[in-house]
Design a protein around this ligand. Structure first.
Ligand code: MG
Length: 380
């Protein structure tokens, strides 16, 4: 019986994970979120046996939760770490931000299966996460649709057979626009993603292609493939979720209707598959097209490759700077074109070093944020 720990239970990944869990009749052992929202309290009622973690409660929330949930509730960032280390659990990490890293590490050190949807764990802390997996013997399975696709294409294939990985990108709302048109894009335009419904930061990251840059870095860590053998192709229909090219010239691709419940379920059940959850999909009448990404209009893609190749603290700084720049853009303090510029300047200014622990990563995250804040101030 799969014993599920769902971190970020009230977010989009958490919600869809619980849907999968209910259909497969899995044991929901724990749910956790950043705040004690009504949504979390409702989940605590739906799953009366589940432990409940709240990472950052206010004092009054803490009091109220202790009164209603008693022993079931745990508080503070260490609550997520404790729940992630539940023996023999499958941990779905659907939290957002670098704050999700300690729980990823704890799950892997405890030898658990980690269904990873928290991008920052691998982007900012890739070496630390892989080290935790090697030490604890946990199983790291991606939830992101592109990485799940590649993971599935690689089943049964020896590493020496792989020529390159090809991540598909929808191209975002600004595909086909010139650099000048992209530079002057507005917040409303950038939030209007053509295929996926997601939170505001990842939607902006999709519009700049920074999200794809993060996925390149994640793929490097997940599959142990160097950056020269990871490519990005723009595929506006989002039907081919990613591909692998093999040394004999064969390609394998993973296809389907965009539906995050599919990769979430696979991350929980692999190497087995369970029936559902996707709606029937018909290839007949579909056209699939592929094009090169415009690296001039979307500079974040190459900034990501450069940070990935530099390694050490560069990807952590890339992520932190991007988060600050995206926030400033959403607050209409900087233009769309300034996001890449702020990330680039932060990468130049940060003091680069090797990151070997969770604390190293969190320190670098703080430093890079402070530097990026300075650049946002300078751009206003
Ligand atoms: Mg993705």
């Amino acid at each position: 019986m799969t014993r599920l720990v769902v971190l970020g239970a009230t977010g989009s990944i958490g919600h869809q994970t619980l849907e999968v869990a209910d259909r497969l009749e899995l044991e929901v052992h724990a749910i956790a979120a950043r705040r004690a929202s009504d949504a979390l309290l409702e989940l605590a009622t739906v799953y009366p046996d589940a432990r409940v973690g709240v990472a950052g409660p206010t004092p009054s929330e803490r009091e109220q939760l202790m009164a209603t949930l008693g022993d079931r509730v745990l508080f503070g960032p260490e609550a997520l770490v404790e729940l992630a280390a539940t023996p023999e659990a499958t941990v779905v990490n659907g939290t957002v931000g670098v704050a999700g890293l300690p729980a990823s590490v704890a799950a892997l050190v405890a030898g658990n299966r980690l269904a990873l949807a928290n991008k920052e764990s691998l982007v900012a802390g890739g070496d630390v996460v892989l080290n935790a997996r090697d030490r604890g013997g946990g199983r790291l399975v991606p939830v992101d649709s592109e990485h799940s696709a590649i993971y599935q294409c690689l089943v049964g294939e020896p590493p020496a057979s792989v020529r390159r990985l090809i991540l598909s990108a929808s191209g975002g709302p600004f595909r086909g626009r010139t650099s000048d048109q992209v530079e002057s894009a507005t917040v409303d335009e950038a939030l209007d993603h053509p295929t996926w419904q997601m939170g505001p930061r990842i939607t902006i990251d999709s519009a700049t292609l920074m999200n794809k840059a993060f996925e390149v870095i994640e793929a490097h860590h997940l599959f142990g493939i160097d950056y020269d053998r990871i490519d990005v192709v723009v595929h506006p229909q989002s039907i081919v979720h990613s591909l692998v090219e093999f040394v004999d010239g064969s390609f394998k691709a993973h296809l389907g209707e965009p539906d995050m419940r599919v990769p979430i379920q696979y991350a929980i059940t692999e190497p087995d598959r369970a029936t559902g959850p996707a709606a029937p999909f018909d290839l007949v009448g579909r056209s699939l097209s592929f094009e090169e990404p415009d690296r001039e209009a979307f500079r974040c893609l190459d900034l990501g490759y450069a940070a990935g190749r530099a390694g050490g603290s560069a990807p952590a700084a890339l992520n932190a700077a991007d988060e600050i720049a995206v926030l400033a853009f959403l607050e209409r303090r900087i233009g769309f074109g300034s996001i890449a510029a702020i990330v680039e300047r932060t990468l130049e200014d940060v003091e680069h070093r090797t990151l070997t622990s969770v604390d190293d990563v969190l320190d670098m995250d703080r430093e890079a944020r402070a530097i990026a804040h300075g650049h946002v101030g300078g751009s206003c």
